[in-house]
Structure formats: structure tokens, C-alpha cells
Design a protein around this ligand. Sequence first.
Ligand code: COI
Length: 349
Amino acid sequence: MSKRIDIDWAHLRYDYIKTDYRYISYYKDGKWDDGHLIEDDRISINVGSTALHYGQECFEGLKAYRTKKGDIQLFRPDENAKRFASSMAGLKMESFPEELFLNAVKEVTRRNKDLGFTPTYQTEWEEDQYLGGHAVYLRPFTYSESAIGLGLSYSPWVVVVATSVGSYFKPGSKAAVTTNKVRATKNGTGWIKCDANYVIPILAKKEAEANGYMEAIFLDAIEQKYVEEGSSCNIFFVMKDGTLVTPALGDTILPGITRKSVIQLAKDANINVVERKITIEEVLADAKESFVTGTAAGISHFSSITHQDKTVQFGSGEIGDVARTLLTELKGIQYGAIEDRHNWMFDID
Ligand code: COI
């Protein structure tokens, strides 16, 4: 019998910590097996796996929240299930069915829930004050069998890991800087949540941090002119006329579930939302707020954006009015403090 653990939520970083159960399922003989929970957090991998050699791997990220009522709920896992299936298809793997995905993430959350891995409601949300970002982060990912001769994986497997997490960005600087590194390009994999899109962002983010910034911003690969994404999150701008602008989806933009939710919440608040190309010059001249969105990032605002020798400061550097409104709505729904009017929250039982 596992023992409860005591997590120091105030100092918890965004990292993997060992929880008690994880889930695994294999695609064999033309079908997915029933899947089962495992207690060991090491998995045995074929040394020729295409995931290891060529990054033929995709993944998801979603969170379980402790709500005001005391129960635990998942935020839009159906959307993650759909994106996971589309990512797997994009890498020519047999897609993991939505129903199996939902059962797997619920089961992993349920089986780990009484062991202290889920924060209490009070550590997260008091009235309208968002405190931490603490949650259980679920990371479904794929693995594959051997195909070392630059082959595709026809027998993938899916693992779902749970870990308790704190805030994604380091405390301190909220400044962002553009990078000239290339994350994604036309006809590439930028729209797929796969390994290939994350190695360059890791390098860019580390470089930005080493220079005192919180985040790196990617521009388009060809002209280095249009803003595309943060290092692992979608990006938004509030323009001086109040319009909320975010780069339109396409080959190079990840279809973020937080992005989609923020667009809906902005429309609910009668904010004019436009999905379109936006140049960095326009941002420098006309934006009055900027923030990134993602499961890990939540809604995280920037105090400034620097591009080459120009910097735009956003107000006093504190979170702006639009980002605050959207954050309050999003977190309110996730923690059960505000009515879930779009039916985004899923019970785990
Ligand atoms: C997420 O937000 O779920 C992500 O995949 C970002 C990751 C780099 C933590």
C-alpha cells in the first residue's frame, strides 16, 4: 500500500516527480489492448525504437484541478484526446481512440488522487486571487517499436504519466525576447504536438533565460517578420484599439486548447478577437498587452518584448486588464469558482 506524501507546493517546480501509478497500452495485431496501470516508473524500450532515434513521438499535456467543491476535475480532456489522435495520424501512427484516452487519463488521476499529489483548493484559489498554477499534470505520450532504417512505427504504445506541478515560468523577469532560431516552417510538423517541435524551443528558452528574459518568441522561418509562438505556448496581443490578436492556425502554429478556450472566453467578454498574421513591427508599434497561453503556461503575461534593438514596455509590467479578465475566467472555471458554462470540466469518476 502506497503512503501519502507531503508536497511542498509553495516551492514545487514544473518537473516530473514520481507518482504511484501510470498507464500503458500497446497496439498489437491490428488493435489496441485494454491498457493497464503500472507502478514502476521505468519502461522497457526496444533499442531500435524510432522514438529514440528519430523523434517519432508525440505527446499531450493536460491538468487535473482540485475544485471548490473538493473534487478533482480534468480540463477539456476530450480536446486533448482529439489532438493526440490527430498528432499520431500526422506521424503515421495508428491513432489512440478518444474513449481509451479518456479512460486512461481519468484512471491515472483517480488512482493517484488520495496520495497527496493533488493540491488542495486553498493553495490555488482564494476568491479571485490566482495563487499558484499547482495541479496534477498528465502527460500522455507515444512510444514505438524498432524501425531503425528510417522506418515508421506500425506498433506504437501509449503511456500516461501524472506528476504534481507548480508554476511553469521561473519567478522573476517577465520580459520576452525574439529569437532567430527556427521552430517550424511550412509543410513541417509545427501543427503536431511532437518531439521535433520542442528541441529548438528548449534551446531558445534557455538562451533567453541566460540573458535575463522569461521567454523566447519565435518569428516565421522564412521572413523572420511574423510572430508565431512562444517557446512552447501560443501567443496573444492586445492592440491599442482593444482588439485581441493571435496568429491564425496553420502549418506552424500548435492548435492549443488553452488558446481555443481563451478565444472563447474573450468572445464571451465581448472582446473583438482576430486570428491573423501579425508582424513584430506591428507588435512593437501597436500592442499594449501580450501574453502566452498553454496548459503548462496557463495565461502568462509579458512585461515587455524586445526585438533586436527595440523594446516595447507593457504598462507598469504587471498583468494587463484583458489578461487579468481572461485569467480570472479561465482559472475560475478550472478551479470550480466560476460556473462551467461551456461544459469544459470532466469528472474523473
Ligand atoms: C504543455 O503546455 O502542456 C506543454 O506541452 C508545454 C511543455 C513544454 C511543458
